[in-house]
Design a binder for this molecule. Structure first.
Ligand code: ATP
Ligand code: MG
Length: 424
């Protein structure tokens, strides 16, 4: 029969790769926990309206990349393309802001965007994200950023570049938008088609264009930094000062923007030169207007999201071997009674905290021995008919070849000594 392949833009994370994912998740969890950030899990699909409002109709994601469908009850639903909108919906719906103070939340999981698949760009991909709601203090921006850089450091990534910008408040941006449109309009026909389209819909996003010619035109374009109010400028200075205090190196990139009105002030991106075109591993910013946009109370907020596929690619390039550790005991047996006794011993070993593997092949002892060697186990437990009858088992340490016989019912009496050997 014909085989069925994985869907375009999706992939399996096979056991040989999964240790990288676990390393990332473990490191992140530990750092987030230390920073008092709680995990939140929201549904994979939401009402389409949430993303239309939460990300904005004018974004590429909402206009071209969403996996939207109608369910059997005629509801318009969408597989989440990002995590923030769902988290904010949940906060509002569950009235979590009512407690006052700052909410620090993180999430991890699959996201879905209909994009052209390439290295580091998939249709189902994974993000780990942080959302900090309830503080407009510049220290919140820096705390969020520091958590991101701590996570990247903990998983062993180096040589990352950190771009920072401020897009000011709504008034700053309105003035800048006017200046930008005034500058670009005479060049309209020289811009790439997407940028031409954005000139009326979402001009700030033109600064994001990857088109060479558009970039050249942008070289002399007005800078957002010249359109910040004194208060916005002071805030941006403070963020930079606080980052410097923490020795977090960054470069100001006035072209870095977020095209939506509810974004304000701080925006940032962390990139790696080792990723080719898909260089951004973490992107974030302040979104003071989003909670009200989604019907909640006025709530300042900052957040970021990391693309886990890209982190895994970087870890694989570093070649840090995080492969699974071998088992402590490989248990082989032959004969009906021995086989059931072996199963019991394996259970006992596992319940005592050892890592044990049971050979289920039923093949000759020689073959089972070979597999024991290949498993790189520390020791092998062997049960044949003779052992079954006596209620014993042979224990062989594979490195030294030392072998001894033990009584099955006294298995537990050896645990302490074994633990010492295995840890040594
Ligand atoms: P890009 O410019 O790479 O398309 P973006 O601005 O669309 O990124 P965000 O929405 O800010 O990305 O998402 C945050 C991070 O999630 C990105 O920096 C990236 O690491 C990751 N990411 C986004 N889209 C994808 C994708 N299709 N496949 C893999 N990772 C992705
Ligand atoms: Mg994108």
């Amino acid at each position: 029969m014909a085989t069925i392949q994985v869907s375009r833009g999706t992939r399996d994370i096979l056991p040989s790769e999964v240790s990288y994912w676990q390393l990332i998740e473990r490191s992140a969890r530990e750092i987030l926990d230390r920073a008092g950030v709680s995990e939140i899990r929201t549904p994979i699909f939401e009402q389409t309206e949430l993303f239309a409002r939460g990300m904005g109709e004018a974004t590429d994601v909402v206009s071209k990349e969403m996996y939207s469908f109608t369910d059997r009850g005629d509801r318009g639903l969408t597989l989440r393309p990002e995590g923030t909108a769902g988290v904010v919906r949940s906060l509002i719906e569950n009235n979590l802001m009512a407690q006052g103070g700052v909410q620090r939340l993180w999430y991890v999981g699959p996201m879905f965007r209909y994009e052209r698949p390439q290295a580091g760009r998939q249709r189902q991909f994974h993000q780990l994200g942080l959302e900090m709601l309830g503080s407009a203090d510049p220290r919140a921006d820096v705390e969020a950023i520091a958590i991101a850089t701590d996570i990247l450091k903990a998983i062993g990534l180096k040589d990352l570049t950190f771009d920072l910008n401020s897009i000011g408040d709504t008034t700053d941006r309105a003035q800048f938008r006017e200046a930008l449109v005034a500058y670009l309009t005479p060049y309209k026909s020289d811009l790439d088609p997407d940028s031409q389209d954005r000139l009326t819909r979402n001009p700030l996003r033109i600064l994001d264009s990857k088109d060479k010619n558009t970039q050249k035109i942008l070289d002399s374009a007005p800078s957002i930094l010249d359109h910040l109010s004194d208060a916005s400028k002071a805030r941006f200075d403070r963020v930079q000062q606080l980052l410097a205090d923490l020795s977090i190196a960054c470069q100001v990139n006035p072209r870095l923007v977020r095209g939506l009105d509810y974004y304000s002030h701080t925006v940032f991106e962390i990139q790696s030169a080792d990723l080719g075109a898909q260089a951004t591993v973490c992107a974030g910013g302040r979104y003071d207007g989003l909670v009200t946009e989604l019907g909640g109370p006025e709530t300042p907020a900052i957040g970021w999201a990391m693309g886990l596929e890209r982190l895994v690619i970087l870890l694989q390039k570093l070649g840090n071997d995080t492969s699974v550790t071998p088992v402590d005991f490989y248990v082989i047996s032959k004969g009906v009674v021995a086989e059931s006794q072996a199963l019991k011993l394996v259970q006992q070993l596992r319940q005592a905290g050892f890592k044990a593997e049971l050979d289920l092949s039923g093949s000759a002892f020689g073959k089972q021995f070979k597999r024991a060697d290949r498993s790189a186990a520390a020791a092998c437990l062997i049960l044949g008919d003779a052992e079954a009858e006596k209620g014993t088992a042979q224990l062989k340490w594979l490195a030294s070849g030392d072998q001894s016989e033990l009584v099955q019912s006294e298995l537990a009496s050896h645990f302490e000594a074994w633990r010492a050997v295995l840890q040594g």
